[in-house]
Structure formats: structure tokens, C-alpha cells
Ligand binder design. Structure first.
Ligand code: 5GP
Length: 199
């Protein structure tokens, strides 16, 4: 087992910011990084795999996990519950791996207050106009749903002030590179390496 605990990295951003693509690219770049699979009560979307994308659970099961203290954080988002199982995060960090959470702003706030040295990153599109265009191009949402998503994005932007870093996803490869650099820089901080200076 590695001596140094892995870091906890929290990524949030509005729906349509392209977070999932960027995270996928980042995961391919770093073998020291693990993705924390969340539990959710929302129904699986086409192509989503149990245990890879989410653990799909009933509301009863989710509430039991909350009662038993099994979640590091949890939140309700658009009528569904989402939460991060603590055990995986703890085990991987203890084994020296960095753990990445893709969670919304309420959950990120809970993590920030519980884990002081968590690294928090907010991913945004180049502009709200780009976001509107991406949501339209996806073709899955009605105009009303798109309006609601944009309204939510504006509210989420206010929460972005509490994050450590902002990454702009204009080009997913560049955005993944920025995330990679943030993790590398965090590992080079004095408090990580200062003890190597002891003579
Ligand atoms: P989706 O339903 O589109 O997969 O996710 C909706 C939102 O829930 C996204 O912003 C995603 O980051 C967030 N989310 C996914 N898993 C978790 C979780 O475990 N906790 C919290 N708080 N949010 C989550």
C-alpha cells in the first residue's frame, strides 16, 4: 500500500458543459485516478451500465444508505436522489489513488465542509450562448426544458465562486489537459513534498 493518501477531486458544472466527455478523457490520461460511481434513484438512460455509470437504486434503498451513514454526500437534483458511497472513496484514497467525483453543487458544498483538502473544479462552456446551442444541438430537450436548464445553470454559476478552479470546456482535449495539470500541481505543493527537504 502507498504511504501517501490520494486526493479527492470534485468536478461540477452545468448540464451541457461537456463534463462527461472531459472526465472520460482525463481518466484515460491518468492511471492514478479512480472514478467514484454514484448511487442514484433516477432511471438508467439508454446505454448506461449498472455499476459503471451509476448504481441504480430505489428510493427506499437510497434512504436506507443515508440512514446508515453510507454516503459521503447526497443531494436531490431534478426530482431524483444522487449520492457518493463513502467506502469506495475511503478505500481508494487509503491505497494512494486520487478519487474523482462528478457531482452537483449542493453535494460539492457538503464535501467541501467535510473534507477540507478536497480539490474543487467547476467546468463551464465558453459562454451561456454556447451552452444554449449545445443543449439545442443535443435535440433531446424541448424549449421549456432548455430554458429551465439555462436557469439552473445561472443559479449554479453563483456557486462557482466557492470552487478552487474554473476550467473552460471549449475543446475537450484542452479541458482534460487543464484538469490533469491541476491534479499534477496539487501533488507538487510544498505540504506534499516539504518533508523531502529534511536533511
Ligand atoms: P445525470 O442525471 O445527468 O447523470 O446527473 C445530474 C447531475 O447529478 C449532474 O450534475 C451530476 O454531476 C450530478 N451527480 C451525479 N452523481 C452525483 C452524486 O453522487 N452526488 C451529487 N450531489 N450529485 C451527483
Amino acid at each position: 500500500m502507498s504511504e501517501k493518501r490520494g486526493k479527492l477531486i470534485v468536478i461540477s458544472g452545468p448540464s451541457g458543459a461537456g463534463k462527461s466527455t472531459v472526465i472520460q478523457k482525463l481518466m484515460e490520461m491518468r492511471s492514478d485516478l479512480c472514478f467514484s460511481v454514484s448511487a442514484t434513484t433516477r432511471a438508467p438512460r439508454e446505454g448506461e451500465v449498472e455499476g459503471t455509470d451509476y448504481f441504480f437504486v430505489t428510493r427506499d434503498m437510497f434512504e436506507r444508505m443515508v440512514r446508515h451513514g453510507e454516503l459521503l454526500e447526497h443531494a436531490e437534483y431534478v426530482g431524483n436522489y444522487y449520492g457518493t458511497p463513502s467506502r469506495y472513496v475511503e478505500q481508494r484514497r487509503a491505497a494512494g489513488k486520487h478519487v474523482l467525483l462528478d457531482i452537483e453543487v449542493q453535494g460539492a458544498s457538503q464535501v467541501r465542509s467535510r473534507i477540507r483538502d478536497a480539490i474543487t473544479i467547476f467546468v463551464i462552456p465558453p459562454s451561456l450562448e454556447t451552452l444554449r446551442q449545445r443543449l439545442r444541438d443535443r435535440g433531446t430537450d424541448s424549449d421549456t426544458v432548455i430554458q429551465n436548464r439555462l436557469k439552473r445553470a445561472r443559479a449554479e454559476y453563483k456557486e462557482a465562486t466557492f470552487y478552487d478552479y474554473i476550467v473552460i470546456n471549449d475543446d475537450p482535449d484542452e479541458a482534460a489537459h487543464e484538469l490533469d495539470s491541476i491534479i499534477t500541481a496539487a501533488c507538487c505543493r510544498f505540504e506534499e513534498r516539504g518533508e523531502l527537504l529534511k536533511l
